[in-house]
Design a protein around this ligand. Sequence first.
Ligand code: TYD
Length: 134
Amino acid sequence: MDIKFIQFQSHGDERGSLVSLEGHKNMPFTIKRVYYIFDTKEKVRRGFHAHKQLKQLAIVLKGSCRFLLDDGKEKIELLLDNPSQGLFIESFVWREMYDFSEDCVLLVLADSFYDESDYIRDYQEFIEMATHDS
Ligand code: TYD
C-alpha cells in the first residue's frame, strides 16, 4: 500500500510555530469538512470503517496516536505525532485509530460533507468490495 504523508511548511520563529493549509495548494483536495477527535479515553480503539468515496487527511495537532490502515491486501501501522505532517487516507482504506495519548487532538480534513451512506462499517463487506474492485 502506498502511504502518503504530506509534509507542511512550518513557519517557526522565537514566538512558536504556524502551519497553514490551503485547498489544492498544499492539500490533495479542497476541504469541505473539518472534524477533530479529542478527550479520547484510555485503551479506546475507534474508526473501524472505510469509505466508498471520501478522501481525508489526518493531522495530530497535539500528542500522538496510532493508525492501522488496511487496503484489503496489506495492513500498515503508523504512529502520528507530528503536527507538521498529514496522513492522506484514500477511499477504500479500512482505518482504526488507537493508543491515543491523553492529550491527543486528532484533526481530520475531508473532501465531502458527512454522509453515512458513504461508510463501509462491516469488515467482511469491505474486503469483498476492496478485492472485487482491484
Ligand atoms: P464515528 O464514525 O463513530 O467516529 P470514529 O470514526 O472516530 O469511530 O462518529 C462518532 C459520531 O459522530 C457518530 O454519531 C457520527 C458523528 N459524526 C458526525 O456527525 N459528523 C462527522 O463528520 C463525523 C466524522 C462523525
